[in-house]
Design a protein around this ligand. Sequence first.
Ligand code: AMP
Ligand code: GLY
Length: 423
Amino acid sequence: MYVLLLGSGGREHALAWQLRQAPSVTRLFAAPGNPGIAEEAELVALDVTDHAAVIAFCRAEGIGLVVIGPEAPLVDGLSDSLRAAGVPVFGPSQAAAQLEGSKGFTKDLCARAGIPTAGYVRTASLAEARAALARFAAPYVLKADGLAAGKGVVIAASLAEAEAALAEMFGGAFGAAGAEVVIEEFMEGEEVSFFALTDGERVVPFGSAQDHKRVGEGDVGPNTGGMGAYSPAPVLTPELEARVMAEIIAPTVRTLREDGTPYSGVLFAGLMLTPEGPKLIEYNARFGDPECQVLMMRLESDLAQIMLACAQGELAGVAPALRDETALTVVMAAKGYPGAPEKGGAIDLGSAGAQGAKIFHAGTARKDGALVANGGRVLAVTATGASVTEAQAKAYAAVDAIDFPTGFCRRDIGWREVARERG
Ligand code: AMP
Ligand code: GLY
């Protein structure tokens, strides 16, 4: 089978790496890709917002499966265009991708289906939102409804801070994404990510992970796309995972199917493990980045076959196998991230790959043949081990073999679990 992978981040490099190894894949294309993906796939220049061009390429090359990595093309309806043209695609329809594209949509769906999540109010104007604050207590959780590149959530410690944040949101800080704002009850607990694959009807679990969103060690400072992650996350015990499948994932898939907008692809649930049990924080309609890197490190099955089964409604009997070992990834970012990252800094990977680690490229480029930084998150240095402690040690050994003077990373990825392993 010929496969086309869309995207250019560390997540897509990890997907490309697995697709390359999949026995069912005979040729792998990627657009736009990056220098790491170029080692696994043939890069093609395709504008993913030009649906007709993507379809024409698929027809010309006989593509048997398109894999959509990031959320923007999903919310833009690329999978609908491809399906209408008869091209199998891994990734949900525009209607189903609203699970990520609209926080209000997801909250309403949870309310209808009885899915445990924080209480909420949807508001469409500053006046409405300010009035609604009275129904909540500090800390206030405020969310721009639409896609805001991971920056649309504000946790405000006081009423004054909440009012200021609402004024910014309705004042256009997040563009159209902030035309509506969801105000939520604050949930206490430990966060965990859970992944499930579905063809619209059947659902199979696809592992857990924990990521580190804050830029600073000890989980302080501004939010980022993710500075590191590990999988599995033991805090999501088999009992809790069974509850998540039964109380959150299954009713979501069932409700979307009953609504006539079945979801196919990967469902990425951000969960809060509260004293009352797991509750949904949010859904993403794609793999996490860098969570995908750790899941792909553990995958034993043919990724393309699993994705095709999701695309074609044939997930019955498919059971993806993830190795029991722990995978841990450390993101090396360019100084300045998550603000304005320094571009063009030289990177020498040295012998990092020889340490048994896998270096996934995120924001890299080639300049006169040499590798340079070309984004906020630049590399995802990933290793496996029998424990989080062991995987962490191997990942940092590889990090230390990399020469990237304009880069930085957190040195404490996996700290919660390392502390628990110490006992
Ligand atoms: P999101 O972009 O929706 O993943 O939210 C970003 C982060 O805000 C989450 O990872 C949580 O740490 C936090 N968060 C979001 N919603 C809530 C909530 N209702 N209660 C507590 N924390 C939340
Ligand atoms: N690492 C979080 C995300 O991909 O949304």
